[in-house]
Design a protein around this ligand. Structure first.
Ligand SMILES: [Zn+2]
Length: 244
């Protein structure tokens, strides 16, 4: 049994966490924000109590209705995304591998049924979190907002990479406010996609997320700095922003 009184969450002693999880089970969408304030504030910090909650979250997800289940999976995914990777000693991903396997399986099933692109991207990131995939479990939402901000690898200028359904380009000025000089993006050809990028593309295509699959080719494609003309990999610059 978990001795919650010995654990902490964002607000101090985790003694109240079992009660909070009971309320979350009864009303996942209504209690989600409060649960995250305690277990995963800003969706980027987790505590001992957060990881200790994963077995209960797996139980709640298993028992919940399809509508409620996404909230539970996204809460657990946010916590898992804060875990040190599987290669780290005492990684919570290894310590809680059994509930994480359950959460992964349920997310995999939910993903195929998610129609809204926002829900789809969030669940896809949760799926990657449960696998211990770093960076991309937090960086796919630019495909949903249609924008990434990166730095040029040569001249360091800040570049907006805009990946839209109708127009994809990069620029250095705020394109929302003014006419800007646009530099074209070069999407990866499908046969050039390898490893994770290939898997994400194949999965999104199979799940009927054609817009997302289209965006993935741009995210894993190339761009040219509008200021200095340096050619660069968009995905490498997105990933570089996460490395301190
Ligand atoms: Zn440049």
């Amino acid at each position: 049994m978990t001795d919650w009184s010995t654990l902490t969450d964002a607000c101090g002693s985790a003694e109240h966490v079992p009660g909070l999880l009971d309320r979350f089970e009864a009303d996942p969408s209504g209690v989600w924000a409060e649960l995250m304030d305690h277990l995963c504030p800003q969706l980027d910090t987790a505590f001992a109590a957060s990881f200790a909650a994963l077995p209960r979250l797996a139980e709640i997800a298993t028992a919940s209705s399809p509508e409620a289940r996404s909230w539970v999976l996204l809460a657990a995914g946010a916590i898992a995304s804060c875990s040190p990777g599987l290669s780290e000693p005492d990684s919570p991903l290894a310590d809680f591998s059994a509930p994480i396997a359950v959460l992964h399986h349920l997310t995999d099933r939910c993903l195929s049924q998610a129609a809204e692109v926002e829900e789809y991207v969030n669940l896809l990131q949760a799926l990657l979190s449960f696998e211990g995939v770093e960076i991309w479990d937090r960086s796919l939402d630019g495909l949903q907002s249609g924008e990434y901000e990166v730095d040029c690898p040569y001249c360091d200028v800040n570049i907006f990479v805009v990946i839209g359904q109708d127009d994809s380009f990069c620029c250095t000025d705020d394109y929302a406010l003014q006419e800007v000089e646009k530099s074209p993006l070069l999407p990866a050809r499908v046969q050039e996609l390898k490893g994770l990028s290939r898997r994400l593309f194949t999965r999104a295509s199979a799940d009927g997320q054609a817009g997302l699959a289209h965006g993935l080719r741009y995210l894993f494609g190339r761009a040219t700095c509008p200021d200095c003309g340096t050619d660069f990999s968009v995905a490498e610059r997105v990933a570089a922003a996460w490395i301190p």
